[in-house]
Ligand binder design. Structure first.
Ligand code: GDP
Length: 426
């Protein structure tokens, strides 16, 4: 049935930890052929106003909203499969040099992360790094898959040590749930079926766990948000505003606030490719019409008037630096948030996140962010934007920074606080 709950997850690990083997063997053992059709539908989901199963297909091409908007290639493959109990979308994030960036994009929409650990090696700096990034991008649930248990003689002691190591390290990361399980991905042990080789393990196999893990659908209960992607004006009688609903739901008759201007207006219709809807929900692409002619254009954020997004031109944010050329304080970058783009610069760098612990540490004077480093920064924007703290909404609180010369995405960012400069308030 179409209303089976959906779980989006990502697999993280170093090269050769067994990520491909795990997914391949899982699908094979559960006799779940991945649905190739989905790939073909991916293109369709970009079209606005499709209906029906659109929800899932839109999620397939989900990424940071801004990345999606920029239309740059993200090396993340999404695979779809379903069991009787649940639908799954797994983000497969290949690449070596750009692994962190791909992983970040995959994590930014995932409900759960599977962190692969090689039983022979235990928790490596890389594992910590992936855990910190996963947590930073708002993934709340983690499965630590201790793989290649056959190569440590299925040793319970080795497993327990790795589990304790991880739990100790992850204390600060505030995951809502952590499940650690021993695997032999190659043989399918603890994937779909339990393992005779490891009778000391008493938890469910991976697939059973993934089918049952409770995920809160935060986007559906979030206040209404829709970044306006384009103004849809096929003829003089119709003027609609199209976009991807990034939180909550919307019905004809609802009042929305057009941000950053702050004007309220009433929704007349919620239209899709196949006709009018009684309500549009988070994850759908729709076209909205208003009861009156008001100013609204691409880049605006339609927002619940009861819990509106914040408006400002000063951000405090976390930045994950993605390129070899380090962050330059004061340099003019382009900031893309939702469907809005504005020139921006980093005015100060306040801390660096220690990748080993996930904790913020002061940054020595004169130092900046290098490739794959995470920092806490203040940004000054040329124009005001409407957005949310990332912890409240991953779509409207996530942004990217672009180099104006190379057009390269140099950083992904997460809004912590939004303020308006006094210059503007005057
Ligand atoms: P990826 O780079 O993380 O996708 O890793 P792969 O899935 O390609 O696996 C890397 C290698 O590890 C392959 O040679 C696999 O056969 C092997 N491998 C994967 N899982 C296991 C396992 O549980 N036990 C053993 N002994 N080898 C495994």
């Amino acid at each position: 049935p179409a209303d089976k709950p959906l779980l989006r997850f990502i697999t993280c690990g170093s090269v050769d930890d067994g990520k491909s083997t795990l997914i391949g063997r899982l699908l094979y053992d559960a006799e779940l052929a991945p649905d190739d059709l989905i790939a073909a539908l991916e293109a369709d989901s970009r079209k606005h106003g499709t209906q029906g199963d659109d929800l899932d297909f839109a999620l397939l091409v989900d990424g940071l909203a801004a990345e999606r908007e920029q239309g740059i290639t993200i090396d993340v493959a999404y695979r779809y499969f379903a069991t009787d109990r649940r639908k799954f979308i797994v983000a497969d994030t290949p690449g070596h040099e750009q692994y962190t960036r791909n992983m970040a994009v995959g994590a930014s929409t995932a409900d759960l992360a599977i962190l692969l650990v090689d039983a022979r090696k235990g928790i490596l700096p890389q594992t910590r790094r992936h855990s910190v990034i996963t947590s930073m991008f708002g993934v709340r649930h983690v499965v630590v898959a201790v793989n290649k248990m056959d190569l440590v003689d299925y040793s319970e002691e080795t497993f327990r040590r790795i589990e304790a190591d991880f739990r100790d390290f992850a204390k600060h990361l505030r995951f809502a749930s952590i499940y650690v399980l021993p695997l032999v991905a190659k043989d399918g042990d603890n994937l779909v079926h339990g393992a005779k080789t490891m009778p000391w393990h008493d938890g469910p196999p991976l697939l059973t766990y993934l089918e049952g893990v409770a995920i809160e659908d935060v986007m559906r209960i979030a206040p209404f948000r829709m970044p306006v992607q384009w103004v849809n004006r096929p003829n003089l009688d119709f003027r609609g505003f199209s976009g991807f609903i990034s939180g909550g739901n919307i019905r004809p008759g609802d009042i929305v606030r057009i941000l950053p201007d702050g004007r309220d207006t009433r929704i007349s219709r919620v239209v899709t490719y196949d006709g009018d809807l009684e309500s549009g929900v988070s994850g759908q692409s729709v076209t909205l019409t208003f009861t009156e002619e008001v100013d609204c254009s691409r880049g605006d954020l339609l927002s619940s008037p009861v819990s509106p997004a914040k408006v400002g031109d000063r951000l405090e944010a976390k930045l994950l630096w993605l390129v070899r050329e380090p962050l330059a304080i004061g340099k003019n970058y382009l900031l893309k948030i939702g469907t809005k783009t504005t020139p921006a610069n980093v005015t100060s760098l306040d801390a660096r996140i220690e990748i080993e612990t996930g904790l913020a540490a002061p940054i020595p004077a004169g130092e900046t962010l290098a490739f794959n480093e995470i920092g806490e920064a203040k940004l000054s924007l040329e124009t005001v934007v409407a957005c949310d703290p990332y912890v409240e909404n991953r779509e409207t609180g996530g942004f990217i920074l672009i180099d104006r010369i190379t057009n390269e995405t140099v950083a992904v960012g997460m809004v912590k606080t939004v303020a308006a400069s006094t210059r503007r308030a005057e």
